[in-house]
Design a protein around this ligand. Structure first.
Ligand code: FBP
Length: 252
């Protein structure tokens, strides 16, 4: 069964990520981006395949919004903050699959810090989440980020490919991974993921052309699109940026 069908267009996708209020704190939510309604408006006008929110923002802003009538929801099920910085990061589950379903989500997201001494806890939690999501007809998306004291280079192409493979092995329909430096490196990850789709995780705000070149390489490498936050909503014209992204992903 293709759980991703309702949140992809011909197998490709552009998602607007907005779970940063938890992951990074309001420091990332510059100016208008502090207001979730501003983000929902971008998702709606930019015709995103889905918007990614934590449950609280979904409950208080997405439900009943104009965005909710047209743009699907992905609820992020785990969370950590960025004040205590343990050497071995762990992000525990804070929302259930059934809660995400009640909020209207068509998919759930979960971050795994591959290489952390705590990674086995996240494997276990995500494995169960993927099973439950599929029972409910929802897609399971794994953010797989190599991190922890055993990871010397978070953008290492082999570890990035390992992360993509972990997504496949644990039952993810899609993995969201960071760029590993080149088209060839990213291709390794796409191949390792097999039938699990791979999307680019946007990363910190870059010069527009630099970020778009990365996305072009991701698509040439066989990637399925992007889940992007800061490079869109920290942009001075998020809808103009969205159009440029859409042209690269969908070719129109
Ligand atoms: P960005 O496009 O802004 O990087 O968003 C993608 C994302 O995965 C978010 O979903 C998440 O909040 C953030 O990046 C986590 O970033 P990191 O753990 O690398 O600081």
């Amino acid at each position: 069964m293709d759980y991703l069908k309702p949140i992809t267009t011909n197998g490709k996708a552009i998602y607007l990520a907005y779970d940063h209020g938890m992951e990074h704190g309001p420091v990332d939510l510059i100016d208008k981006a502090l207001d979730p309604s501003y983000i929902l408006d971008i998702a709606l006008k930019g015709k995103y395949n889905a918007v990614i929110l934590q449950k609280g923002v979904a409950e208080k802003y997405y439900i009943g919004s104009k965005c909710s009538q047209e743009i699907p929801l992905i609820v992020k099920l785990n969370a950590k903050a960025d004040i205590w910085k343990p050497k071995e990061p762990h992000s525990p589950q804070v929302c259930s699959v059934s809660c995400a379903k009640r909020l209207g989500a068509l998919a759930v997201g979960y971050t795994i810090y591959l290489g952390s001494a705590e990674d086995f806890k996240m494997f276990k939690e995500f494995g169960a989440i993927a099973e439950e999501a599929h029972q409910e007809g929802m897609a399971a998306i794994a953010w797989v980020y190599p991190r922890g004291s055993s990871v010397l280079n978070e953008a290492d192409p082999d570890i990035t490919a390992y992360g993509a493979r972990v997504g496949l092995e644990l039952g993810a329909d899609m993995v969201k991974i960071k760029y590993s430096g080149s088209k060839e490196n990213f291709e390794k990850a796409v191949k390792a993921a097999g039938k699990t789709k791979v999307v680019l995780s946007g990363g910190a705000k870059l010069e527009e052309s630099e970020w778009l070149d990365i996305l072009k390489n991701v698509m040439l490498a066989g990637g399925s699109g992007a889940a992007v936050g800061r490079n869109v909503w920290q942009h001075k014209n998020p809808l103009e940026m969205t159009e440029k992204i859409r042209r690269i992903i969908f070719g129109v």
